[in-house]
Design a protein around this ligand. Structure first.
Ligand code: 3EB
Length: 330
């Protein structure tokens, strides 16, 4: 057979999805591997590194030892810093992260506005301007009442910082509360020089259409993003929400079931086969430390063989006990 552009491995324009994996390794060894776009450590025990591809996430893992998360691409990677941002790029892909002290920005709203304005300016000036997936880790996310809740203030500032940059549609996203220093806001993203395809969940109201009760500015994210070569689905934070309402208050198992149903609905909506597999990693964010063993057992039973990172994180609605995000490769 004559191999040409039909062969994805030889087509230089096909942007094969970064390979995301959890692994037991030293940070330096993971960073040394060829094609490493980004490496993440979790919790206070994770090492510090000045490598712009490294990020220590303010979420504690329930597992010991704690794995690293690694993003691998098939080309060489360059990296650097740009003011408060650090970034890496290669093969049409871009990783960018920003970490802010909210006290320098008058709280979560100002910090989110600043983070998103900086990210938008940086990404907008690059070839990899299609933001596919964003992660937001926010301290004390459920502190404050009504519109003053820190998550709702974050959403308001995020909307302002985004401006019109996402007029064509929002990226997939996660927003989770961490238990590190309250004022530490962490935002990072994956972008590409090709657009992805946004995927919504027919069981859920699109987040940007949530009614007023959820805050002045509705959350601005897509439920999932099919990557440019349609070889992977980046799945946003997914919880036990049906329509726009939280379901199964105080019932962990029912919330887990509903969340899996939502994940399957997303796969269906993206035209993918059902189920998760051994190379499609997920993160499970658990609000209450005491729930972790039960969630681990649920995952073992219902997602056998799936690489899962169990993290201590607060979901942005206080009645929600658990949320899942991650990747599904085609
Ligand atoms: C939800 O479905 C749960 O504000 O970026 C999930 C994913 C959630 C992303 C965000 C919030 C966000 O509304 C919360």
């Amino acid at each position: 057979m004559i191999q040409g552009c039909e062969n994805p491995q030889l087509d230089p324009h096909l942007r094969r999805a970064p390979r995301v994996s959890y692994r037991m390794a030293a940070a330096a060894a993971a960073l040394d591997e060829p094609g490493t776009l980004a490496v993440f450590g979790f919790g206070t025990g994770a090492p510090r590194s000045d490598d712009p591809r490294w990020l220590r996430v303010e979420l504690e893992s329930f597992d010991a030892p704690v794995p690293l998360e690694s993003w691998q691409i098939e080309t060489e990677v360059s990296c650097g810093r740009d003011g408060e941002l650090h970034w890496s790029a290669g093969g049409g892909w871009l990783f960018t992260a920003i970490e802010l002290d909210e006290r320098e920005h008058d709280g979560p709203e100002g910090a989110a506005r600043h983070a998103y304005a900086r990210l938008r300016d940086f990404v907008g000036g690059r070839a990899e301007r299609h933001v596919l997936r964003i992660w937001n880790y926010i301290g004390a996310i459920n502190c404050g009442a009504g519109d003053s809740e820190r998550y709702k203030r974050f959403c308001h500032g995020r909307g302002a910082g985004m401006g019109t940059f996402f007029a064509q549609g929002f990226p997939a996203a996660t927003a989770i509360g961490h238990h590190g220093p309250q004022h530490h806001l962490q935002v990072y993203l994956l972008a590409c020089d090709r657009p992805g395809m946004r995927v919504e969940n027919p069981r859920q109201v699109s987040a940007w259409h949530y009614p007023r009760q959820y805050g002045r500015t509705p959350p601005s994210f897509a439920r999932a993003m099919s990557l440019p070569a349609q070889d992977a689905l980046a799945i946003s934070g997914t919880a036990a929400i049906v329509g726009h309402a939280s379901t199964h208050q105080d019932d962990l198992d029912a919330q887990l079931d509903e969340t899996l149903t939502n994940l399957e609905a997303l796969l269906g909506s993206a035209g993918m086969a059902t189920g998760f597999d051994t190379h499609s990693p997920l993160k499970v964010y658990v609000r209450q430390t005491g729930d972790a063993p039960h969630v681990r057992e649920f995952v073992r039973r219902r997602l056998p063989g799936v690489p899962v990172l169990l993290l201590h994180g607060d979901i942005c609605r206080r009645e929600l006990l658990v949320e899942i995000d991650g990747w599904r490769y085609a």
